[in-house]
Ligand binder design. Structure first.
Ligand code: ATP
Ligand code: MG
Length: 472
């Protein structure tokens, strides 16, 4: 035997197969429908973007950017980076006149090197692209690129599609996974906007048939001394007192992102974290009022929530409302959605100051939870299997298949003639509901035989009557 190597999907990626794909489609269709009723339109950004976009938006020292992105060189024809590098080198030169006309003598001294190295680094980075690990950055980039701030505000967009993160694959955690998300950009930051977005999300889960979801909310204030920054300083102070008792990750975060210590799932850190100060006690008056109003607005919409003071985000531009939704049957990967307000992000990406809030649903986990809850669709068989015998009948069978399919029925038409018994056997193996039996007799009389495969009942019907019967 020749050495046949078998290919397998790359670790952390997987094939979505029928009948599961029917459930994926149903979920996506539900998202299109529900989000549209709330005035959202779909955006489809590219799957890869400049690495810099994610570095800036998601944050250079997050796990996502520092070690989980799939990046590759993708030099544009003439990069902005190379242009700036060449300009800088030319600027160093001094003009002189020679017999051949004006030339430039460029002498690069040691003092020029730091600036040139810096530009070289920038150039290198501008030549890198990454598969998107999330889509908020792309949506904000598109908002700026297409001058959407000139449209009526706010602009409400949703997206769905694959995201890529090189993390440790496990149940509910993949390297290619799918998100369904929505963003509201521009306009005011009225608490009603936050609440309506969350209401939409809960309606979507409900319409998908996902039960047992839990919504947690929190406010992380804004980046000011009298608000979050003051709290973080206090938190750091308290964390330093208990530093020895914390794990290595948390110890490191005391310096970098103390808020993220609150995220810790480590068993032995839980009792310590429980004693730390709560951000709610350190919010400025505006953020406090905003949070209180968001809760009132949720109540007005009948949305049930739980407050979780440990629900935080590590980046500066995140502010005020944050939320997370968990679902059942997912083990420790039980978050199906994360979201929050990010009023500084568009500006950080080079746009004008713009309010923003959004969420991202983990579609893989949503589907898993639906399946655990018994919402998996059964494999779908044909509505009608056409058992034809003889070339005369075949022509009629082709025409019948076309008519039935046009009407929306799922039809199986065997491409080769089968003996009667074999045809019926194949029809039931496929799980067909009906067999349409077409032989010379049927074609001649114009009375077709329709057999219900569940009850074995058989009846003779004209073509027209058959269509009407099936429609019912
Ligand atoms: P987690 O804490 O579970 O890693 P996260 O904070 O990284 O989640 P976000 O970046 O906020 O998640 O993404 C929103 C949602 O996308 C998550 O709540 C989760 O449902 C889903 N998600 C994130 N990473 C993955 C992954 N690797 N595989 C499958 N789903 C994922
Ligand atoms: Mg993660």
């Amino acid at each position: 035997m020749a050495n046949k190597s078998k290919f397998q999907a790359i670790r952390g990626t997987r094939d979505l197969l029928p009948p599961d794909t029917a459930l994926w489609n149903r979920v996506e269709q539900t998202a299109h429908e529900v989000f549209t009723t709330y005035g959202f339109d779909e955006i489809r950004p590219p799957i890869f973007e400049p690495t810099e976009l994610f570095a800036r938006a998601v944050g250079g020292d997050t796990d996502i950017v520092s070690k989980e992105m799939y990046s590759f060189p993708d030099p544009p024809e003439a990069t902005e980076g190379s242009r700036r590098f060449i300009d800088a080198v030319v600027a160093i030169g001094e003009e002189e006149s020679t017999s051949e006309g004006k030339t430039k003598r460029i002498t690069i001294g040691e003092k020029h090197l730091p600036e040139l190295y810096r530009l070289q680094e920038e150039w290198k980075k501008s030549d890198l692209a990454s598969l998107r690990p999330e889509a908020t950055a792309s949506v904000c980039r598109a908002y700026i690129e297409h001058n959407m701030q000139q449209m009526p505000q706010p602009v409400k967009l949703y997206y769905m599609g694959p995201m890529f993160r090189r993390e440790r694959p496990q149940k509910g955690r993949y390297r290619q996974f799918y998100q369904i998300g929505a963003e509201i950009l521009g306009g005011p930051d009225a608490p009603a906007i936050d609440a309506e977005l969350i209401e939409m999300l809960m309606t979507f889960f409900d319409k998908c048939g996902l039960h047992g979801t839990e919504l947690s909310i929190n406010s992380i204030g804004h980046a000011a001394d009298n608000c979050r920054r003051g709290y973080v300083a206090k938190l750091r102070e308290e964390l330093l007192k208990v530093k020895d008792k914390l794990g290595a990750d948390s110890q490191r975060r005391i310096d970098t992102t103390p808020l993220r210590v609150l995220d810790s799932k480590l068993e032995h850190e839980q009792a310590i974290i429980a004693t730390l100060p709560h951000i709610a006690d350190h919010l400025c008056d505006d953020c406090k009022a905003h949070y209180a109003a968001v809760k009132r607005e949720l109540e007005a919409r009948g949305v049930i929530y739980r407050e979780n003071w440990r629900l935080v985000r590590g980046l500066d531009y995140y502010m005020r409302t944050t939320f997370e939704i968990t679902a059942q049957g997912l083990g420790s990967q039980n978050a199906v959605c994360g979201g929050g307000r990010y009023d500084g992000l568009v500006e950080l990406l080079g746009g004008t100051p713009t309010k923003g809030i959004g969420f991202a649903i983990g579609e893989d986990r949503l589907i898993l939870s639906l399946q655990e809850g018994g919402k998996a669709p059964a494999a779908q068989g044909p509505d009608v299997f056409i058992a034809w015998m003889g070339q005369n009948a075949y022509a009629t069978a082709i025409r019948a298949a076309k008519t039935l399919r046009n009407t929306g029925f799922r039809v199986e038409l065997p491409g080769t003639e089968l003996k009667f018994g074999k045809a019926l056997e194949r029809a039931s193996k496929l799980g067909s509901r009906f067999a349409l039996i077409l032989g010379d007799n049927e074609v001649q009389s114009g009375e077709w035989t329709l057999k219900n495969l569940a009850t074995s009942e058989q009846q003779k019907l004209s073509e027209q009557a058959l269509l009407e019967y099936l429609r019912r």
